[in-house]
Design a protein around this ligand. Structure first.
Ligand code: GBH
Length: 483
């Protein structure tokens, strides 16, 4: 009798512990990729050159080992295998991006490529046949070179060019695609290009270029959103937003909190405030920092281009959810040297483990804190993790990746269960090893390994693929008893 009670009691305890590690019913799991990083076929059929094609061919020394994405994972030809892998994992959705210059070889909507259309129709239909929802990104950094030659993201006309492109995409695919990301990580390509010169097209112009790009990107996103609202929403009922790269900043000491908040506004607010805040426009702290800097440098006015009232209204509220791309965190320390601008130094906590990517250290709590910060600033809304994953070198026994996923997912569960965060989905970056931008093929984020030396670009599941598959099947981390 006693022992039966004891057994029942232990079962109950186990069940409760299990439940804590369950994701809410209906939680969606997916994996992501991006056109330039996987497709290859850089000049197949009538596809035109984009800024990454030009960058890797003209300035090969910017990329590790002089690597490029000419062939990459060859997904342009091997898309059937990609869909098969998504099905093997049991993904609910697969996130991929459309290559603008594959669909519109001139960059403009005057000519639509038949082969481009066929390719994306095949991928979308192939996924749906397996019961996998397509999640489509319109822009993941591969601007048609023809538009770059006209100034690219610094030319305000790009707002209309992007709108025209978005309309073509929606008219052909929105009947089957219900979840959209307009623009992926503007911080990475505006600041990456103009503040650091390390992203295609590699134009270094930190004082003016970065902020022109920043403003135009927000308007272009809003343009696509408004077009969807007006011409497609009623018919198709999809959801749209832009995806932001969010690096969590943690103050070194409590005294660093104030400047840390300004740093967060500079990195996250600059691409979020206009869209998600109640009042819209630039974050006031950022306006102040850039105005100060501009003045000190002798500009006649702030190099952060002002928004008109109309523009503020046009951008404000153009979202159906918040797309979180999160990988890592940094510590922020105030450097009080009295110079104008943002006087912050960034450091890594000695306990945070490094990864294969120089910018990337492991701090699982950061993801939960980052999303709580977003909810505090912009209000309660739906969050989808649109990218999260781990960088390693080559190898199938990727236990560190599994560890990373477990720890970060556990923080998300705490956010859902203890803080009541409305997180409805999670996207692993990435389905398979691919062209990791200026790191070439050295930093690998894939659930599947890709053999880049074989003409077949053979894909092999890593241990993490098995982990992810089981996680999805059970909708729970409870199958891993060491947690
Ligand atoms: C995301 O960027 C991208 O959306 C995706 O395409 C990418 O593959 C993935 O994450 C993994 O990196 O080397 O110091 O110049 C995440 C943000 C922006 C981080 C560019 C690395 C280069 C930093 N990334 N950044 S540095």
């Amino acid at each position: 009798m006693f022992s039966t009670k004891l057994v029942l009691f232990s079962l109950l305890v186990a069940a409760v512990a299990c439940e804590e590690l369950d994701f809410p019913p209906g939680f969606q799991f997916g994996a992501a990729s991006a056109a330039y990083q996987v497709e290859g076929g850089w000049n197949a059929s009538d596809k035109a050159e984009n800024i990454w094609d030009r960058f890797v061919h003209d300035k090969p020394h910017f990329v590790a080992d002089l690597a490029n994405g000419d062939v990459a994972c060859d997904s342009y030809h091997l898309w059937r295998r990609d869909i098969e892998m998504a099905a093997e994992l049991g993904l609910h959705f697969y996130r991929f991006s459309i290559a603008w210059s594959r669909l519109l070889p001139n960059g403009f909507a005057d000519k639509i490529s038949e082969d481009g259309l066929n390719y994306y129709n095949n991928v979308i239909d192939g996924l749906l046949e397996k019961g996998i929802q397509p999640m489509v990104t319109l822009y993941h950094w591969d601007l048609p070179q023809s538009l770059q030659d006209l100034g690219g993201w610094t030319n305000p006309l790009i707002v209309d060019w992007f709108g025209d492109y978005a309309r073509v995409v929606f008219s052909h695919f929105a009947d089957r695609v219900k979840i959209w990301i307009t623009i992926n990580e503007p911080l990475s390509f505006c600041d990456g290009t103009y503040s650091y010169g390390t992203n295609a097209p590699g134009i270094y112009d930190p004082e003016v270029g970065t902020y022109l790009c920043n403003k135009n990107v927000l308007l272009a996103h809003a343009k696509a959103y408004r077009i969807y609202d007006k011409e497609f929403r009623e018919m198709y009922q999809g959801e749209l937003t832009l995806a932001n790269h969010l690096m969590w900043y943690e103050p070194f000491t409590p005294e660093d909190e104030e400047l840390t908040e300004t740093a967060r506004q500079y990195m996250v607010g600059r691409y979020s405030h206009a869209v998600y805040s109640k009042e819209g426009g630039w974050p006031p702290a950022v306006e102040q920092v850039v105005a100060e800097l501009s003045k000190a440098k002798g500009y006649s006015e702030s190099t952060l281009p002002a928004f008109t009232d109309e523009e503020i209204e046009f951008i404000r509220g153009t979202f159906d959810y918040y797309a979180v791309n999160h990988y890592t965190s940094q510590l922020t320390r105030t450097v009080d040297d009295g110079s104008p601008g943002l006087n912050v130094e960034y450091e890594i906590h000695p306990d945070w483990k490094p990864t294969q990517s120089s910018w990337f250290y492991v701090y699982p709590e950061g993801i939960r804190k980052q999303i709580l910060w977003l909810r505090e600033r912009y209000g309660d809304m739906k969050f989808i993790i649109t990218e999260n994953g781990y960088s390693s070198s080559i190898g199938l026994q990727d236990t560190e990746r599994i560890e990373y996923y477990k720890e970060y997912l556990k923080q998300l569960l705490l956010g859902i269960k203890e803080d009541g965060l409305n997180i409805t989905g999670y996207t692993a970056w990435t389905l398979m090893d691919n062209f990791e931008w200026t790191d070439g093929y050295n930093s690998r984020f894939g659930l599947y390994e890709v053999d880049f030396s074989s003409p077949e670009r053979t894909r092999t599941p890593k241990a993490s693929a098995e982990f992810y598959k089981n996680l999805i099947r059970h909708n729970s981390l409870s199958i891993y008893d060491e947690l």
